[in-house]
Structures are given as structure tokens and as C-alpha cells.
Design a protein around this ligand. Structure first.
Ligand SMILES: Nc1nc2c(ncn2[C@@H]2O[C@H](COP(=O)(O)OP(=O)(O)O)[C@@H](O)[C@H]2O)c(=O)[nH]1
Ligand SMILES: [Mg+2]
Length: 330
């Protein structure tokens, strides 16, 4: 068990239990996030080597956070609040610094822990997946479909990435392997039309969840971004509330680019959730905090590998503990 310090409004220190890792013993998430954890690992030696909390120490902490891709907004917030804690005497000894940083990381990202609930009254519940090429949209669709099938829900997929024949084939092959209907047309077809057909069909068949793929696009390609708005408008002819989730997929390994994508896609199609993939194999997991600090959009899932089990609902306490495993003494 571990706890995270949180400063009460009164200025006292309150200790909040954070949910421990799903299993006792080795936490597999810690292993998957090993590279991001090692990018923050320098904090331990910094603190161990410090006899007192001084300006140099704070600056080195700041540099470490920036190096882990947390971005300016998140880093500034964490450092400002750390300084405040020091000023108020809440953080008085070097060994109180890391629990304080951990608590700030948690406070920053916890509001983004908002699990995606499938409202059974929306039939189908429509998830529109958006994002640039190669981030893991189609893979994430397969993982999500697996999750909902395992929960006993019926699932249909829409092959809305009509730009590349391979993309339609990738989704169809997945659907065949898993016995899931995939609505598609030949490549080059109008993406909005494919998704419209799929929604129509899912509605008449009483399907629980419809997940729509879309072509990867650069956030700088204005006409393609407009096409996404069209996809939404066309869907709303059938269901005025669809899509019920507009989920951006970003690749953590792209660091601050992922933040830029989130900003642009949010401006163009108003995101309701984000999935951050490829957190395994990158040291840039700090971008999660950059997204939280700047956009505050719910982080629904994290991808930590290529299998279905590697898509996990985002849990702030487990995540923060996995990248900065500080055991506090209280
Ligand atoms: N290591 C790792 N690879 C992933 C993850 N998510 C997706 N990928 C890989 O990323 C590549 C691109 O994925 P794809 O779904 O085709 O991206 P799309 O272009 O956005 O549809 C594939 O090789 C996936 O296996 C993840 O969480 N971890
Ligand atoms: Mg794809």
C-alpha cells in the first residue's frame, strides 16, 4: 500500500489512499511503463544526494519533468505547487519532496480518470475513432471490441478508413476472426456514407456498440478535418446524439506532437475522450500530464502493448505509482 499526500485547503497534510496495483506482487503495468519510469528515475538520485531543499534541487526536478515530456504547463504547475508547499513548511525535508511531487502528479491527472461508460439506453452506443495515421486507431478498435464482446455486448464495426484498401482489409480480417460484423465499401468510398450505412444497420439489428474507424489525417489537413465534421453531421440524421464518444487516439511516443494533435482535433471535432497508445516502449509517457494540464479531456484507456489485454482503462493512482513509485512514510 502507498499513499499520496494531498494538501488540504486548510494547509494541513492529508494522506489519501490511492488504489494499489490490481494484483499484489509484481505490477505488470510497472514493467510496461519501465521507460517512462526510468526517465523520472533521476529524481530519486537527485533527492538522495540532497542535504537540503534548495533552488538547484528544484531546478533539477523541473528539468527532469520537462525531459519526460510533461510540457511547460504541467511542469510549471507542479513546480509552483511544490514551491508553495516548501514556503508553507509542508515540504520541509528532502525526503518529503518526492511524495509531494507524486501527489501533484496525481492531483493533476486524476480529473482525467473518467471511465467510458456504455449507456445501454443508446442503441447502438456509437464510438467514433479519430487520429493521425499509425497511432493505433484500428488496433485499439480491435481491443475495444474484444472488451465489449467479453462483457456480453454485441458489437459492429464500420470501416470508415476508406483511404487505403489495406485499412478496410485489416478491419474485415479482424471482424472475421472474432465473428463481428464489419460494414465496409470499396476503398475510395465516402467515409461518411459507410458510417451512415453502419449506423443504420446497427440500429435495425439492435447492436449495443458501434465502433467507427476513420482515415488517419494530419491535423494540418483542413479539408480532412472538415470531412470528420461531415461524418458527425451525417450520423446525426439517424441519431441526433451520435456519436456518443468521439475518441482521439494518440501515440505517446510522439511526445509533444500528441499534445498538438489533441489540441487540433479537439478544436475541429470536440473530443469526449482520448486513448494514449504505445506507452510501452517510450520514455515520453509524461505527455499524459501535458494533455491533462492543457486540455483536461478524459483519458479513457492506455495502450501498453499489442494484445487486447494491453488496453487498460486509465486509473490515475495506478499510473502515477507505476511511473513514480514512491513509498511514503505516514
Ligand atoms: N507496442 C504497442 N504497439 C501498438 C499499440 N497500439 C498500436 N500499436 C501498433 O501500432 C501500429 C499501428 O497501428 P494501427 O492500429 O494500424 O494504426 P492506425 O493507422 O491509427 O489505424 C501497429 O503495428 C500496432 O500493432 C500499443 O499500445 N503498444
Ligand atoms: Mg487504421
Amino acid at each position: 500500500m502507498f499513499s499520496i499526500f494531498r494538501r488540504k485547503k486548510s494547509g494541513g497534510v492529508e494522506s489519501t489512499q490511492v488504489r494499489p496495483a490490481e494484483q499484489s506482487g509484481a505490477d505488470p503495468l510497472e514493467q510496461r511503463l519501465a521507460r517512462t519510469r526510468s526517465s523520472l528515475g533521476g529524481l530519486f538520485s537527485l533527492i538522495r544526494g540532497a542535504d537540503a531543499i534548495d533552488e538547484e534541487l528544484i531546478e533539477e526536478i523541473e528539468t527532469t519533468l520537462l525531459t519526460a515530456d510533461m510540457g511547460i504547463t504541467a511542469t510549471t504547475r507542479i513546480i509552483d505547487r511544490l514551491r508553495e508547499g516548501i514556503k508553507r513548511g509542508i515540504v520541509a525535508e528532502p525526503d518529503q519532496v518526492l511524495p509531494a511531487v507524486q501527489a501533484e502528479l496525481y492531483d493533476l491527472i486524476e480529473p482525467c480518470e473518467q471511465f467510458l461508460a456504455i449507456n445501454p439506453e443508446k442503441k447502438p452506443f456509437v464510438i467514433l475513432m479519430v487520429g493521425v495515421n499509425g497511432v493505433g486507431k484500428t488496433t485499439t478498435i480491435g481491443k475495444l471490441a474484444r472488451r465489449y464482446l467479453d462483457e456480453g455486448k454485441s458489437v459492429m464495426l464500420a470501416a470508415g478508413d476508406t483511404f487505403r484498401a489495406a485499412a478496410v482489409e485489416q478491419l474485415k480480417a479482424w471482424g472475421e476472426r472474432n465473428g463481428v460484423a464489419v460494414v465496409s465499401q470499396q476503398s475510395g468510398a465516402d467515409s461518411a456514407a459507410v458510417i451512415f450505412d453502419a449506423l443504420h444497420s446497427a440500429k435495425s439489428r439492435g447492436v449495443d456498440v458501434l465502433i467507427a474507424d476513420t482515415a488517419g489525417r494530419l491535423h494540418t489537413q483542413g479539408h480532412l478535418m472538415q470531412e470528420l465534421s461531415k461524418v458527425k453531421r451525417v450520423m446525426q440524421k439517424i441519431d441526433a446524439e451520435a456519436p456518443h464518444e468521439t475518441m482521439l487516439v494518440v501515440d505517446a511516443g510522439t511526445g509533444q506532437n500528441a499534445l498538438a494533435q489533441a489540441r487540433e482535433f479537439n478544436a475541429a471535432v470536440s473530443l469526449s475522450g482520448i486513448t494514449v497508445t504505445k506507452l510501452d516502449g517510450t520514455a515520453r509517457g509524461g505527455v499524459m500530464f501535458a494533455i491533462a494540464a492543457e486540455l483536461g479531456i478524459p483519458i479513457r484507456f492506455i495502450g501498453v502493448g499489442e494484445t487486447a489485454a494491453d488496453l487498460r482503462p486509465f486509473d490515475a493512482g495506478t499510473f502515477v505509482h507505476a511511473i513514480l513509485p514512491v513509498e511514503s512514510t505516514d
